[in-house]
Ligand binder design. Sequence first.
Ligand code: FAD
Length: 271
Amino acid sequence: MISIKEYIAPKSIEEAYNLLVSNKGCTLIGGGAFLRMGAKSISLAIDLSKAGLSYVEEKEETFEIGAMTTFGDIERHKGLNKVFNNLLARSVGDIVGVQLRNLVTVGGTVYSRYGFSDPITALLVLETDVKLYKQGIIPLRDFLIKGSKERDILEAIIIKKTGRIASFQSMRNSKGDYAILNLALSMKDGSYSIAVGARPNRGILATKTMDFLKGKELSKEVLTEATDIIAEEIIFGSNTRGSEAYRRQICKVLLKRALEEVKGYDNKSED
Ligand SMILES: Cc1cc2nc3c(=O)[nH]c(=O)nc-3n(C[C@H](O)[C@H](O)[C@H](O)COP(=O)(O)OP(=O)(O)OC[C@H]3O[C@@H](n4cnc5c(N)ncnc54)[C@H](O)[C@@H]3O)c2cc1C
C-alpha cells in the first residue's frame, strides 16, 4: 500500500514542475495504477489529472498525445484508429481490462520506460518524439536508451503521420498478465522498422533484420531468413513467464505473423 502525506492537483504543468523540483520527496501521479501496486511513502503527491494534459490533437503532419491520455482514450480515438492499421489501439487492447485501460496513462508508461510495456514497442516503430516539459523534444528511441537527464515531466508524445503500414503481435498467457514477448513492425516503400519488447527487457529495434529486409520481396525464403536473423540478433532473457530459449522461438513466430500481415496490406493497396 502507498501512503501519501500531502496531495496537490496543480492546474498547469508549469505549477506541477515547480512543485516537482522544489521538493525531493514528491511523486508525480499519472493514472496511479502502477504506483498503487507498490509500498511507497510519498511526502507530496502531485496529481497531474487537472493540469490539462489529457488530449489527442490531430495536426496536419502529426498526432500529439498528452501525457494524461489514457490507453482507453487511445483505443477510442477515431483519428488514431485510421492510421498505421490501428497499431496503437492494438498494442494496448490486450492489457488487463477496460477499467484499467481507462486509468493508465501514456505519460506514466513512456516516462517510466517499463520493459514489459506493449505500447512502447509499438511507438518505437513509428517516428515518435517525447516532449518533456524542461528538456524539450527528444526522439523516443534516444529517450528509451538514455532516460531523462534530470527530474522532468513528460508532457506529450508526438507521432509523425508517415503513412506506414504496421502490425502488432504479442504472446501472453492471459489478459491479466504481462506479455511474454511483443513485437511491432511498420513498413513504407520497402523499408522496415521492427521492435521487440518484453524480452523481458525494454523494447529495442532489430536493426540487422531491418537492414536485411530492406527492398526485398517477402518470399517464403526471405521470411525464414529474417526470422533466423532476428532470433540471432535480439538479446532475450529468462523470468517466471518464459525462458530465453522460449522467447527466441516465439520471436520468430511473431515476426513471421507481422510480415505476413503487412504483406497482405501491401498487396491490397496495389489493387
Ligand atoms: C495490474 C496491471 C497490469 C498491467 N499490465 C500491463 C501490460 O500487460 N502491458 C503494459 O504495457 N502495461 C501494463 N501495465 C502498466 C500500465 O500500462 C501503465 O504503464 C502503468 O500503470 C503506468 O501508468 P499510470 O498512469 O498508472 O502511472 P502511475 O502509476 O501514475 O505512475 C508510474 C510512474 O510514472 C511517473 N509518472 C506518471 N506520469 C508521469 C509524467 N507525465 N511524467 C513523468 N513521470 C510520470 C510516476 O511518478 C511513477 O513513477 C499494467 C499495470 C497494472 C497496474
